[in-house]
Design a protein around this ligand. Structure first.
Ligand code: ATP
Length: 513
């Protein structure tokens, strides 16, 4: 299946089966804002639980908080967001469409990479087994020419971004002859900076109202509370604070479904360390976070690191964990070494001493911080894309099955009476009432058993049990496995023990320790 098609199908599937709806759907939606439906909220909660437990439960030096979305406006001045949380935007005068200048140039760089890959693929086909990729790339004139153009562009782009040189960004777009994909023209405006923070007014009178921001990241809520937590929790460095919460960004180009939203959710952990120890911890968290992703079992080839060349104003090292989405490898999580930038800035702006006293060194210092920051919604999208599968089954029909890790599946067990009579529904309800305390069960009696199995496949339910007439006599049910479609008779009394381990988040957490 073409990857474009996969993405379209995932988006349609999310709506059809109650995972994700456009926000304000009956009013034709609101740009880049989405609602999670009855299945989506369960999957999302499971992702959050997996993250929370892996951070807070598995680490005795990490605790969680839940800070407010509204914060004192000076926080965003101190953090640099008021002055520097900008994206460079450019408009096409003919289509009236707005683009991120940096993204247009990054796409152009990707085009050179694609051309090189095409040449390599052609040669690999021609030479067969004797093909030496490295040698070919070092000697083939076409590849060398494309690579030279690509590297020159990349260098020019990096310099322009680092110097925040907006005129140069525009000049690159002109020189590279980048056209608007809608109008096909090169009629570009100037490049301007656009601040991504949403603001609103707090207070009742117009005079006394204060401009406040909707937080663009959850991290600052952790920074301004770090000493409260350290003192009341008697934490000693190194220690971490975790938080899950909403963040808001007025994204210029909001496309690709829940990949880039204006209201989204982040799971962030700030890890406070002694100055000079940050690189050690940076490597530690880089490795741990990748392990967390891989433990879900979608295949190691789906992930890669991408080290940042242009570092944010606060960072001295940064890497992304990218996931292979149907539209290419994309950032799902960022791991950043934020130095002592944020804490020093807050100390300066609030005028209070917020240093940590280290009893082992007998000195006070401003801790350095390693941050792991992952978007719940992007994680959700990566899980849906990896899980969405179309299979041809033995009777020649196609079944759509979400191969979700059982620990993340919204429903763990469907309990299905074979027919809607003869006491089978009552028996099925009895099983539900017994098991619903252990995991999320789903009862359904409408339609043929085959159709009901298909519906459960489509929402990723790992197990179904069918209650038939025989059940009334021997207290055995048919247990069906989503992936293998194998069916076997099992005793009702054994169900909990058989399934609990398989569907619990603990089973994935154990892979991490
Ligand atoms: P991008 O370069 O894609 O805009 P970013 O580097 O600005 O992302 P961070 O500020 O590092 O992102 O945020 C950490 C994580 O939060 C990202 O890895 C992503 O998963 C998530 N995230 C950021 N912006 C959005 C958004 N607009 N919609 C959904 N998730 C987002």
């Amino acid at each position: 299946m073409a990857q474009d098609d996969v993405f379209k199908k995932v988006v349609a599937h999310c709506k059809e089966y109650g995972f994700v709806f456009p926000s304000s759907d009956i009013y034709d939606g609101l740009g880049a804002v989405y609602d999670y439906g009855q299945m989506g909220v369960e999957l999302k909660n499971n992702i959050k639980t997996y993250w929370w437990q892996s951070m807070v439960l598995l680490h005795d030096n990490i605790v969680g908080i839940d800070s407010a979305i509204f914060m004192h406006p000076t926080i965003w001045k101190a953090s640099g967001h008021v002055d520097a949380f900008n994206d460079p935007l450019i408009d096409n005068r003919d289509s009236k469409k707005r683009y991120r200048a940096d993204v247009l140039i990054e796409e152009q760089i990707a085009k050179y990479d694609e051309k090189i890959e095409k040449e390599v693929a052609k040669a690999a086909k021609r030479f067969g087994e004797s093909f030496d990729r490295e040698m070919f790339c070092q000697t083939n004139p076409k590849v060398l020419a494309e690579k030279a153009k690509r590297d020159a562009l990349h260098e020019r782009f990096s310099v322009a971004m680092n110097n925040v040189d907006l005129e140069e960004l525009r000049q690159i777009i002109v020189d590279e002859e980048i056209v608007c994909p809608i109008s096909g023209t090169r009629n570009w405006t100037e490049v301007r900076q656009f601040n991504l923070m949403f603001s609103t007014e707090m207070g009742s009178t117009a005079d006394g109202a204060m401009k406040v921001y909707l937080r663009p990241e959850t991290a600052q809520g952790i920074f301004v509370n770090y000493l409260n937590v350290q003192k009341t929790g008697r934490m000693r460095i190194p220690f971490g604070i975790a938080q899950i919460g909403k963040a808001f960004r007025n994204e210029i180009v909001a496309r690709q479904f829940i990949f880039r939203m204006r209201e989204f959710e982040q799971m962030e952990m700030q890890f406070f360390v002694q100055p000079g120890k940050e690189m050690e911890w940076f490597e530690h968290w880089k490795a741990f976070r990748l392990k967390w992703h891989k433990a879900l079992g979608f295949g190691d080839d789906k992930y890669r690191y991408h080290d940042h060349e242009k570092l944010a104003h606060y960072a001295n090292a940064a890497t992304d964990i990218e996931f292979k989405m149907p539209f290419g490898f994309k950032e799902v999580e960022g791991i950043h070494s934020r130095t002592n930038f944020d804490l020093s800035q807050h100390e300066k702006y609030c005028g209070k001493n917020i240093k940590y006293f280290d009893p082992e060194l007998n000195e006070s210092y401003t801790p350095y911080v390693i941050e792991t920051s992952i978007g719940v919604d992007r994680m959700f999208l990566s899980v849906m894309c990896a899980a969405y599968t179309e299979e041809t089954v033995s009777n020649g029909e196609t079944r759509v099955v979400l191969k979700l890790p059982a620990a993340l599946a919204p429903v763990k067990l469907a309990v299905l009476p074979l027919v809607k009579k003869d006491g089978l529904p009552e028996k099925a309800r009895e099983i539900m009432n017994e098991l619903k305390f252990s995991f999320n069960c789903y009862y359904e009696e409408k339609d043929s058993i085959g159709k009901r199995y298909r519906r459960m496949d489509a929402i990723g339910t790992p197990y179904c049990v069918t209650v038939d007439h025989q059940t009334l006599e021997d207290n055995m049910v048919t247990l069906r496995d989503r992936d293998t479609m194998e069916q076997k008779r099992v005793a009702i009394a054994d169900l909990r023990e058989m399934l609990q381990d398989k569907v619990s988040i603990t089973s994935v957490l154990k892979k991490l320790s």
